[in-house]
Structures are given as structure tokens and as C-alpha cells.
Design a protein around this ligand. Structure first.
Ligand code: NAD
Ligand code: ZN
Length: 359
């Protein structure tokens, strides 16, 4: 199955299916000059779980650079190491980089691809559910000690090859984290789809085919938005639903303390409470969503673990702060997002309301 992504700067396809690595790579008809290398960037967990399948299925010779897993791979140090690997391997402007991994590997690899010799081609081969989101749309970044994703570029891949076979080895926590972005895509686009997701008993045990159809739907939502607004001047901001408060709590917990999607679900609840004030979301809906998320193991303890005073400096440092006011994506109704600026004092009030709801 192929989903076109037509951005202002570049057109490419997301190919999704089970066991498709070989056929999808071959269908790209790469014409690589002999001297040019293919370099695979991956992390230690992914390589351990999928080295055999990847090596057997990837149809071209390649060199592999195995990085530390998680946010560690998005450090300045690793960015330098990764570039040194390309230099040591005499990579040219035409060398091809493959990002084999989750969002962290994808973000780092994309940023290396965007900047090595001012830009080399790269292909995303996502291996997490979360990466149905991160691998599409061309946002690439590394972290600064002062904040996540602060250094980056918009740089589109040549293709995204989403072989769902990789997903079989994900931990329950990573499945839960990835489903957060699926839920977010449903919330900003389609009430019926969202209701279907919220009726699932256990979000971590969805049957493979069903999961693939949700991932496809999520990618379509993202592809449509990115086609309209590649560099986040307007509608792309809607993809940040849940991420303002989510990023603050993710940062407060120290990267890795909370999985990205766990923090996003915590942030979605916050956005729903705010949406009761500025949109038509009912308290009843917020409570039912909270119940669903709680029963599916999203770690709301984190909210009680960090006071608003701890979160505030992270909130105001967010990239979504414009002219000193916090920008939140809220919902008028499900499927109808809008942007609202909120004063920090109101953020504090809503934070208190959130804590009361959790008691
Ligand atoms: P990740 O890459 O850190 O993967 C999570 C964990 O799962 C890691 O420990 C990894 O080693 C492991 N893993 C990956 N694939 C596996 C597999 N198939 N089997 C077993 N283990 C596997 O992170 P993620 O959760 O995929 O993504 C989070 C990152 O994505 C964050 O850095 C976030 O900022 C970024 N992100 C980027 C965008 C974007 O648009 N660029 C969007 C959302 C999130
Ligand atoms: Zn996200």
C-alpha cells in the first residue's frame, strides 16, 4: 500500500505493509554510482532485534552505524560521531542514508542527512508505531541540553518504507507510546475513528491488520496536513495537540523518564480541559478519555510527581511560545482543532483543575 506525500519542496511515498523491505527498496529503482555508499543508521535495540531480517532483506550492500538507543542518539556527541562515520566511509553528496529505527533514530538521521555536505538523500525505515508520525513530514532534529528538538531542519526523505514486521518486537510501553500519536491523529480529524479507538479494550493488543489500518489512517492525516503546510505556518500546528503540556512534563521527567507518547497522552487530557473552556468539549468526554487512558496504563502519576512550578519553565521555553504567550492547540469539537493563546496564569489554573480530576 502506498500513500503519497506531496509537500511544497518534495514528493515522495510512504510504502506500508508486512515483509515489504525488499520489494519496496527495489521499487525505488535506485541508480547508485558504484563508488557511492549506502549507510544505515540504527540503534542497538533495533539492530539486535532485526539485524538478521534487515541483512537478508536489504537488496544492496551497506555499512551500518549502530547508535545508543533513545534520546541519547539525538545528542550533539552522537551527531558528531555519526558525521565522522560518514566522513570515515568517504561518503559523498550522493551517498544514501537509511534511518532504521524509531523516532529518535529518524530525527537524528534526518538531521545528519540535512546537514552532511549541505544535504544528502535519506530514506526512513521506521520500526516503531510512534514513527508512523515522526518518519513522515520532514521534521528532523537533535536535542540541546536546554531543550528537546531545539536544533533541526525541515528535510524530507526520498521515501518512507514502513515494514510492519519490525513492530512485532516492540515492548508494551512502546506500543502504548506509539498509539498516543494515532489517537492524536484521530482527535484532530475524525470523531468516528476516535470513538472506535476509545472502544478498544487493550490498546497494546490490537491485531496486526487492524493496527496497520490505523497506522495508514494516521499517516494519511499527517500527509494531508503536511501537504498543505510543510513548515508549520498554519494547519501543521494542529499536529501539536497535547504537545505543549506534554513536552513540559516529558522534559521535567528527564528524557527517557516518560516515553514521548506517554507524555503526549498526559498533554491531551490537559488540552481537553482547556478545550472545555474555549471549545465545545464536555467534561463528560474529558473524563471518559481519562478513564480510557488510565485503564490502558498511561502513567498519570507523572502529573502528581511534578508541580506546576517545576513545569512552568519548560512550558515557557516551548517552541510554540510566540511573543510571550503560550500557544495551545485545542479542539472545538473532535476533528475541529484551532490555536488559542493562553496566559501562564490560566495554565496554572487548568493545571490545578487537572490535578483535582486525577484525585
Ligand atoms: P525511539 O526511537 O527512542 O524508540 C523507542 C525505543 O524503542 C528505543 O529504545 C528503541 O531502541 C526501541 N525500538 C525501536 N524500534 C524497535 C523495535 N522494532 N523493536 C524493539 N525495540 C525497538 O523513539 P520513538 O518512541 O519511536 O520516537 C520518539 C522520538 O521521536 C522522540 O525523540 C520525539 O521527539 C521524536 N518525534 C519526532 C517527530 C517528528 O515529526 N520528527 C514526531 C514525533 C516524535
Ligand atoms: Zn509527538
Amino acid at each position: 500500500m502506498r500513500i503519497p506525500v506531496n509537500t511544497a519542496s518534495h514528493q515522495y511515498e510512504v510504502v506500508i505493509g508486512n515483509n515489504i523491505l525488499t520489494s519496496a527498496m527495489e521499487s525505488l529503482h535506485l541508480h547508485l554510482p558504484k563508488e557511492d555508499k549506502i549507510i544505515v543508521f540504527t540503534d542497538e535495540n533495533v539492530w539486535k532485534a532485526h539485524k538478521n531480517y534487515f541483512t537478508e532483506s536489504f537488496p544492496y550492500p551497506f555499512e551500518v552505524f549502530v547508535m545508543p538507543a533513545g534520546e541519547e542518539c539525538k545528542s550533539f556527541d552522537n551527531y558528531k560521531e555519526a558525521n565522522s562515520f560518514l566522513i570515515d566511509n568517504k561518503c559523498t553528496r550522493k551517498s544514501l542514508l537509511i534511518a532504521l529505527g524509531g523516532g529518535a533514530v529518524g530525527d537524528l538521521s534526518g538531521f545528519v542527512a540535512a546537514t552532511y555536505m549541505r544535504g544528502i538523500p535519506f530514506i526512513q525505515v521506521p520500526t516503531t508505531i510512534l514513527a508512523h508520525d515522526s518518519a513522515v513530514g520532514g521534521k528532523t532534529a537533535i536535542n540541546h541540553p536546554e531543550g528537546k528538538n531545539l536544533i533541526g531542519a525541515f528535510y524530507q526523505p526520498k521515501a518512507v518504507i514502513y515494514d510492519t514486521r519490525f513492530l512485532s518486537t516492540l515492548s508494551e510501553r512502546e506500543v502504548r507510546s506509539g498509539m498516543a500519536e494515532v489517537i492524536k491523529h484521530a482527535m484532530i480529524s475524525d470523531e468516528i475513528w476516535l470513538q472506535e479507538l476509545l472502544s478498544i479494550q487493550s490498546i497494546t493488543s490490537i491485531a496486526d491488520e487492524q493496527l496497520a489500518s490505523y497506522l495508514k489512517a494516521g499517516i494519511e492525516v499527517k500527509a494531508n496536513i503536511v501537504a498543505e503546510d510543510e513548515t508549520e505556518q498554519s494547519v501543521r500546528k494542529y499536529l501539536n495537540l497535547g504537545h505543549t503540556y506534554g513536552h513540559a512534563i516529558e522534559a521535567a521527567a528527564g528524557y527517557g523518564g516518560l516515553a514521548h507518547g506517554e507524555a503526549v497522552v498526559i498533554g491531551l487530557v490537559y488540552a481537553l480541559i482547556l478545550s472545555e473552556r474555549y471549545g465545545k468539549i464536555s467534561r463528560e468526554f474529558t473524563k471518559s478519555f481519562l478513564k480510557f487512558a488510565y485503564s490502558n496504563g498511561y502513567p498519570f502519576d507523572a502529573v502528581s510527581n511534578y508541580s506546576f512550578d517545576t513545569l512552568e519553565p519548560f512550558l515557557v521555553k516551548d517552541k510554540k511560545v510566540e511573543y510571550g504567550q503560550l500557544q495551545f492547540v485545542l479542539l472545538n469539537t473532535i476533528g475541529e482543532p484551532f490555536i488559542q493563546t493562553i496566559e501562564v496564569s490560566e495554565c496554572r489554573e487548568v493545571d490545578l483543575e487537572y490535578r483535582a480530576l486525577l484525585m
